[in-house]
Write a protein that binds this ligand. Structure first.
Ligand code: TEU
Length: 551
């Protein structure tokens, strides 16, 4: 198995499967579903953070890097998961948050208690004369990025929630401690790491004010050249010693150039990277908290630029539509009312035949949708609540904000996995920590396995990736880039050519391929409306995706 053949499934553990009654998904719940995951064909399972945490940011605020939060189980449960996973050929990928720790972490607590050693674990600064904070930076969850450090005249940097304190990677001891954490989990048999916002770890010694422009501000702490050195050092002292271990860096506001560098294998930094530019095509003027239609041409252009940029320069993309920070793509770019199954399979088709490693986010394989919550109290996410307050101060009405949250809140993807038509969709025997989407009676795993189209389609996509070199390794070339309804591209490997054409909308269309596709003996490979023969004037049904192959 090499990394080019992997297909990775993301289980948002808190919402995946509760083996007991506390209303939170847990490790035993995950283990009980390995059989299901193996049917899908995935090779690796990424679990969101399950470490002890005050859960201010759903586990991305870690208070002990080598423990397991009792709500999720025990270390024995985890060992059992790794062992069982091995039997199914499914490696476990952990989510490590090394940019910041919870302020409840022992290190921060000791720092607060006055221990100088631990004060240097964090980024503490005084505010210059006449200024309120050390710099004018904004937190990604709203408000200033600095918080008062206890009773001192210093402030600590927190780029996310104020309970998430940025760690000082300039301090060698911090780097050594974090390396130990990675090695601890490798010792437990972990086969992959997803490294949270890892391109933010390189902060300068002297931090300066931004101009107020958000992009310029991010550049002051994002993708700094030293990040490469830190990653090379971490790799050399931990995962880099084990060629089978896969790493994926989650990259906040990154660039193609940086990601080439992070993921070129010769640099020994990371296997691949997540970038997010393609999931900002429904922001209005770069602002997430707006209701705006998505820009299809921009979406294709971004994916195309990343495909070309990384594949032509020895980089490697992590491919995804969904994750725990994003609304459901089927609701966002598809039609979850009239063409739910076709839009789900169509999106999957486009993604799985691209260059890179596909990720499947829990529920995507059964076409789960946004839950369309109607009340503010149904949202649990700190970011959504902060955004609500902010939008109110900007003068938006409650109704307007609720509509925006229905489209943009991270909780759209965090509702419990819909397993059956039983109470709480079979997710828990207790009360779930967050409400379920009401449609679980119609959309659930049991129903999908009986007569659905989506799960089977994912199985086929995953099987084809494992079988065909052209999907794993082929060059990528775009076609019809300016077409306003169709998404199409080719992949080539040795003598083999793969052509993928997809109607991204609900209206039928006839596509003229004659200018872009060379004639030849094109054979059907897979399509979400079943087999069709190739034609230069190809008719596509609503949300139809189809691929042909030629040798
Ligand atoms: O997310 C990093 C990040 O910058 C975004 O995905 C962010 O959550 C989104 O833009 C907000 O609109 C990672 C984790 O995936 C996320 O769940 C954590 O909250 C965040 O880091 C902090 O650890």
């Amino acid at each position: 198995m090499s990394f080019q053949n992997e297909v990775i499934y993301q289980a948002y553990i808190k919402s995946f499967k509760d083996s007991g009654e506390n209303g939170y998904g847990d490790i035993k719940g995950v283990t009980s579903k390995l059989d299901y995951l193996s049917k899908l064909g995935i090779t690796m399972l990424w679990l969101n953070p399950f470490y002890p945490s005050p859960q201010k940011d759903n586990g991305y605020d870690i208070s002990d890097y080598t423990g397991i939060d009792p709500i999720y189980g025990t270390i024995e449960d985890f060992e059992e998961l790794v062992e069982e996973g091995e039997k199914y050929g499914i490696g476990i990928m952990l989510d490590l948050v090394l940019n910041h720790s919870s302020t409840e972490h022992e290190w921060f607590q000791k720092a607060l208690a006055g221990e100088k050693k631990y004060q240097d674990y964090y980024i503490l600064r005084e505010a210059p004369e006449g200024k309120e904070f050390p710099t004018n930076w904004q937190s990604k969850f709203g408000g200033p990025a600095w918080e008062k450090f206890g009773e001192t005249n210093k402030y600590y940097l927190s780029l996310f929630d104020k309970t998430q304190a940025d760690l000082n990677w300039r301090n060698k001891e911090v780097r050594e401690e974090l390396t130990k954490v990675v090695n601890f989990w490798i010792g437990k048999g972990v086969k992959g790491f997803r490294l949270d916002v890892i391109n933010l770890i390189g902060k300068d010694e002297i931090l300066i004010d931004s101009t107020g422009d958000i992009a310029q501000e991010k550049s002051l702490y994002t993708d700094r050249p030293i990040v490469h050195e830190y990653l090379q050092e971490l790799s050399k002292n931990s995962y880099g010693k084990y060629p089978e271990i896969i790493t994926v860096g989650e990259m906040s506001s990154t660039s193609i150039e940086s990601c080439i560098q992070y993921t070129q294998q010769k640099n020994k930094e990371l296997t691949m990277a997540f970038s997010f530019h393609h999931l900002k095509v429904d922001y209005s003027d770069g602002e997430k908290w707006t209701k705006a239609p998505f820009d299809f041409l921009e979406l294709k252009k971004i994916i195309n630029d990343w495909q070309l940029g990384l594949s032509k320069n020895g980089g490697w993309n992590a491919l995804f539509w969904n994750n725990h920070d994003q609304p459901r793509a089927v609701s966002r770019f598809g039609d979850d009312q009239n063409y739910r199954e076709k839009s789900a399979t169509s999106q999957a088709h486009i993604l799985h035949f691209l260059h890179g490693t596909p990720y499947v986010y829990q529920g995507e394989e059964i076409g789960m949708t946004n839950p369309y919550f109607e009340e503010l109290k149904q949202y649990q996410d700190i970011e959504s609540h902060n955004a609500y307050k902010l939008m109110r101060t900007q003068g938006k009405s409650h109704k307007e904000i609720m509509e925006i949250l229905q489209e943009k809140s991270r909780d759209n993807s965090r509702t419990p996995m819909q397993w059956t038509s039983e109470k709480h969709a079979g997710f828990t025997k207790g009360e779930p920590w967050i409400e379920l989407a009401k449609n679980y009676l119609q959309i659930n795993v049991a129903k999908e396995l009986e007569h659905g189209e989506i799960f089977i389609y994912y199985q086929n996509l995953i099987r084809l990736r494992k079988e065909r070199k052209v999907i794993q390794l082929g060059n990528y070339e775009p076609i019809l880039l300016e077409h306003e309804q169709v998404w199409a591209y080719q992949r080539n490997f040795e003598e083999e050519e793969l052509l993928t054409i997809s109607n991204f909308y609900g209206e039928e269309i006839v596509v003229d391929l004659s200018k872009d596709v060379k004639p030849g003996d094109w054979k059907y490979v897979l399509g979400n409306y079943g087999e069709r023969s190739f034609k230069m004037n190809l008719e596509l049904a609503p949300y139809e995706s189809i691929s042909f192959i030629k040798k």
